[in-house]
Design a protein around this ligand. Structure first.
Ligand SMILES: Cc1ncc(COP(=O)(O)O)c(C=O)c1O
Length: 409
C-alpha cells in the first residue's frame, strides 16, 4: 500500500512524476476521444486556468466573506437565463456538475409534490443520473421506450404516469443519440397534470442557443416552451468552462426553496445551502464567468461552427467507407454509426482504433459507435478517417481480439 512520504518533495520532482503519470492517458488535446472532455484552444485554456487561479482559495460557501463571488455567480445565472429565454422572475443555482443539477431538480420536485411514494417518468434515453438521483432520494423510476427517431414517446409516457408521478423528464438532447425530445408535448402534459417538467440540457444548454443563431431549426427545448419547470445546463460541457460548473435553472425563483436546506440546530448559528456541497470552489465560478465573457456569443458561435464542420466531414467520410450506416437525425454534436454487415465486428474495429491511440465510444448494443464532438475534432478528421479505414480492414481480416463494450461508457 502507498504511504505518505516521510519528507516533502520539491515541485520539480512532483511535476515530473505527474507528467509521467499521464503518459499512458489518451490524448484529449489531440482530440483522440469523443467523450469526457471539452477543448477549444490554448487561449481559452489559459483564460480558464488564470480565472480559476484568481479565485483558487476562495470558498463560495462563504459569500458573506466573498461578495464578489455572489456577484459573479449571479452574472453567470442571469446570462444563462437570458440565453435560455427565461421570463422575469426565473432563477438559478450554480452547481458542481450535471449530476448535482439533476439531483437538486428531482429533490425540489419531490419536496413540492409531497407524495409518500413518488415516481418519475422519463424516456429510456435520459441520462442514468436520473436513476442515481432517484436512488438517493427514494423515488421510483419509470423508463419508457422511445419512439421513432429515438425521441421520447409522449403518449407512452403519459400511460406510465399515475397520481404519484412527481416529474416528467425530457432531454435536450439525450446523450446516446443527440436527439431533443418533444419538449412542447411534454410541457403540455406536465401542465395538464400539474407536475414538474425537467429538461436535461446538460449537454446541449450551451450549444443549442448558438446552433439556433447559426440557422439550425432545433426542436423547441427551453423556457419558451410552456410547462418547462427547470433546465439543467452544464457550463463545463459546451459552455467550455473549467470542470465543476453547471446550473439548475428554474422558471420561477420561488421553486428554489424546494431544494434549500436551512437549520440552526447546532451551536454555530444558522446554516443555509441550496446545493449538496458545503465548501464550494470559487475558482469554478470565476472560470465560468471568465470563459463566458471571453467567448461572448461570437466565440460560442465560432466553436459551434467548428463542431458542426467536423461532424459533417466525419459523417460524410464514415458514410463513404461504405461499411457503416450513420445515424444523424439531429443537428447536434452527437452521432452514432453502425456496421452495415452484421459479420463486421465493432469490437474488433474498436480494438484497432484503440491500438492507434483513440478511445472508442461504444453503444450498449455492442454494434454502434458513438461520437460526441467538440471543436478540437475539426483538426483530426482526416487522421480519424484514415485510422477507421485501416481498422475496418483489420477487423475484416480478423487481426485483433474483439474488445468488449466495457464496463464504463
Ligand atoms: C445529458 C446529460 N445529462 C447529465 C449528465 C451528467 O453530467 P455530469 O457528468 O456533469 O454530472 C451528462 C453527462 O454527460 C449528460 O450527457
Amino acid at each position: 500500500m502507498k504511504t505518505l512520504p516521510a519528507t516533502g518533495q520539491a515541485w520539480t520532482e512532483i511535476e515530473t512524476a505527474l507528467e509521467a503519470a499521464k503518459a499512458r492517458d489518451y490524448s484529449w488535446k489531440q482530440g483522440r476521444m469523443a467523450v469526457f472532455f471539452y477543448y477549444l484552444d490554448e487561449e481559452l485554456e489559459r483564460v480558464q486556468k488564470q480565472a480559476y487561479l484568481a479565485y483558487f482559495t476562495e470558498n463560495n460557501l462563504g459569500q458573506r466573506a466573498f461578495p464578489s463571488l455572489a456577484k459573479l455567480e449571479r452574472d453567470v445565472v442571469e446570462m444563462s437565463l437570458s440565453l435560455m429565454h427565461a421570463a422575469p422572475g426565473a432563477g438559478g443555482t450554480f452547481t458542481s456538475g450535471g449530476s448535482e443539477s439533476i439531483f437538486l431538480a428531482m429533490l425540489a420536485a419531490r419536496e413540492r409534490a409531497g407524495r409518500a411514494r413518488p415516481n418519475i417518468v422519463l424516456p429510456a434515453t435520459a441520462h442514468l443520473t436520473f436513476d442515481r438521483a432517484a436512488w438517493y432520494l427514494g423515488i421510483a423510476v419509470r423508463r419508457v421506450p422511445v419512439g421513432a427517431g429515438f425521441a421520447a414517446a409522449v403518449p407512452a409516457m403519459e400511460a406510465a404516469m399515475d397520481a404519484d408521478t412527481i416529474a416528467l423528464v425530457g432531454s435536450a438532447p439525450c446523450y446516446p443519440y443527440g436527439i431533443i425530445d418533444d419538449i412542447t408535448a411534454l410541457g403540455a402534459l406536465a401542465a395538464r397534470r400539474g407536475i414538474w417538467l425537467h429538461v436535461d440540457a446538460c449537454v446541449g444548454g450551451f450549444l443549442s442557443p448558438f446552433l439556433e443563431r447559426m440557422g439550425h431549426a432545433l426542436t423547441p427545448w427551453d423556457f419558451r416552451v410552456p410547462g418547462v419547470t427547470s433546465i439543467s445546463a452544464d457550463i463545463h460541457k459546451h459552455g467550455m468552462a473549467a470542470k465543476g460548473a453547471s446550473l439548475l435553472l428554474v422558471a420561477d425563483d420561488a421553486l428554489r426553496a424546494h431544494h434549500r436546506f436551512e437549520s440552526a440546530a447546532w451551536a454555530r448559528g444558522p446554516y443555509v445551502a441550496y446545493t449538496s456541497q458545503g465548501t464550494r470552489p470559487g475558482g469554478a465560478v470565476a472560470a465560468a464567468w471568465a470563459v463566458m465573457h471571453h467567448l461572448g456569443e461570437a466565440g460560442y458561435i465560432r466553436a459551434a461552427r467548428r463542431i458542426m464542420d467536423a461532424k459533417a466531414r466525419l459523417m460524410a467520410g464514415i458514410a463513404a467507407t461504405g461499411a457503416f450506416d450513420v445515424q444523424t437525425p439531429a443537428p447536434h454534436a452527437i452521432f452514432t454509426f453502425t456496421p452495415k454487415d452484421p459479420a463486421l465486428d465493432t469490437g474488433r474495429i474498436a480494438a484497432a482504433m484503440d491500438a492507434r491511440g483513440w478511445l472508442p465510444g461504444r453503444m450498449a448494443d455492442g454494434r454502434g459507435m458513438h461520437m460526441h464532438l467538440n471543436p478540437i475534432h475539426d483538426t483530426v478528421v482526416e487522421d480519424y478517417l484514415r485510422h477507421l479505414g485501416e481498422s475496418v480492414a483489420e477487423a475484416r481480416e480478423g487481426l485483433r481480439e474483439s474488445a468488449a463494450v466495457g464496463r464504463v461508457y
